[in-house]
Write a new protein. Sequence first.
Length: 241
Amino acid sequence: MFGRKKAVPEPVKAAQLFTLNEPTSVITEQIKTIRTNLSFTQEAKDLKSIMLTSALAFEGKSTIAVNLAIEFANAGKRVVLIDADLRRSTLNRTFQIRDINRGLTNVLIHRFDSIKDVIHPTEVPNLYAVPSGPTPPNPAELVGSESMRKVLADLTQQFDLVIVDAPPILPVTDGKVLASMVDGVVLVVRQNRTSKADVKETKNSLEQVHANILGVILNDVQVKGADGYYGYGYGYESETK
């Protein structure tokens, strides 16, 4: 008898830096719109940390997170982007951070005393990055630890805005745990990939941990005669009931 062939996981790629490489594109304009809308909410409610997540993998959350971080930095805010997806990290590839042994996990397991030791500058003024570091055997335990809470508390004191690139909600528990630690959560939904049932289940999961759901980003929307772009919608709860 022959066993079922195991599925080969898709390779982790660097996020595309549209806002840097295509500053006049439709995609960049939509990212700017998202940033503007989030800025009003952030300032009105004094949000210091915002997490981006998705229902499932490969919905584009990391790409949106990094491009949003760039636009917030371009707007004059001092921003740090944390790669908290300890299972499928992208930030070191995106910004070509070669020191992979100096990241978030190193602080969480107390290899370094301070989060300051693993903050990397980027090519974007005002934008700093905390890559995930080496892949640990227990990601959920680490992101749910008191050390993670301390990391977020320390970073919110040092920066105007902390953006967290979190794991998807449905496959693993890490994202739910992180959602309870940040000031707000934005859900990324990819057109023609994420089912309505998955979105509802994700919303319910976030509500179980009393997450502050700020809205939803509809990703990869196709418009006739134009390239795909990112759209942003409020009224998330009413849309998914």
